[in-house]
Design a protein. Sequence first.
Length: 372
Amino acid sequence: MSKGSSTLEADSGVFAAQTRSLGDVAPAEVPVADSQQTESDEGRLGFSGRFPLPRISQQSKTRLKLLISLALFGSIFAFGKIDLSESIQAAVAADKKYIVSACALFLLSIFVMAHRWQLLANAVGLQKPFLKMVQLCYVGLFFNLFLPSTVGGDVSRCYYLTKGTNKYLHALTSVLVDRAMGLAVLLLFATLGLLFGPGGSGLPLQMKVPIFALTAGMYCVIPFLPQLCTRLLGEHNWISKKLNQSSAKVFWEDRGLILMTLFLSVVSQILMVACHIAVGLALGLDSIPLWYYFVFYPMVAVLGFVTPSVNGIGIREWAYTYFLAIMGVENSVALTYALIWLGLTTMGSVVGGIVYVLGRFRPIEKDAQAAS
């Protein structure tokens, strides 16, 4: 990983450490140096302070994620009976007008997501012009190419949003809620597709149960989390205090804001589903019912988000192949579908790189040197 990305992750880690609670010890009784040592010891010993936690270097984590990506990608060829000649033939024969449409829809969706994030950032006191938020979203796509996960770009978004403001935690809150809004709509789409889609009842149970469980948690638990924690754990419990005193409190109180961001999430996710439909039409997959795109795309997105990997590579291709095979698509063509989608996301990252250069964003390592 590049020096810049390492510095970026270190910057966010230092800020998170500075905001960590010191338990029952009053701040006035603990010198700054001692508090930093206490936090360092806590990180090594865990929450209880009794059991040492293994220390894994960032380089080891990156290697593990790379190994997982390679293993999952390789398993497609090892067990999927892939005929590369058929995959290449499908790619060459793809209808280019649908591919161009998918590219346009993908790039347009970023503008909708940027407006959603702008509203959330404004709520925590981080006001930025709309075009600046669009820039940051594209720069986040660019950093996804280098930081070893699909959330790597979120770190860069937080960094550049709060550069010079010392409000990284506020930005992190806005990004996490932004992610949650998108996930909530993805799960809603998948649930509706399973319940009302013509063939939803015939899909495997192991595919439906996680979606129903996550959807129930997202809509029945998360909106009432502060009240539930206060009622179950008590108002003096540290979890209750964190939820009721954090910058995220505004998102539980401002229902108008949440409804508006949910609406924007619906628009952005419809655009993303339309991208998937366009890719399917480009490959001549006319037999796939429209409702199924609303089911398998959320599943792939969630798997790419939670599985350790390099920018979702490997798990995403494996998931596309698996879910398309359920609808009778040959594995070779399903792999072509997955690779076209990888090309779309890479295109977004390239656009983000152009925005990064033309926007004259100060390199992260230079910011760190200037701060020191």
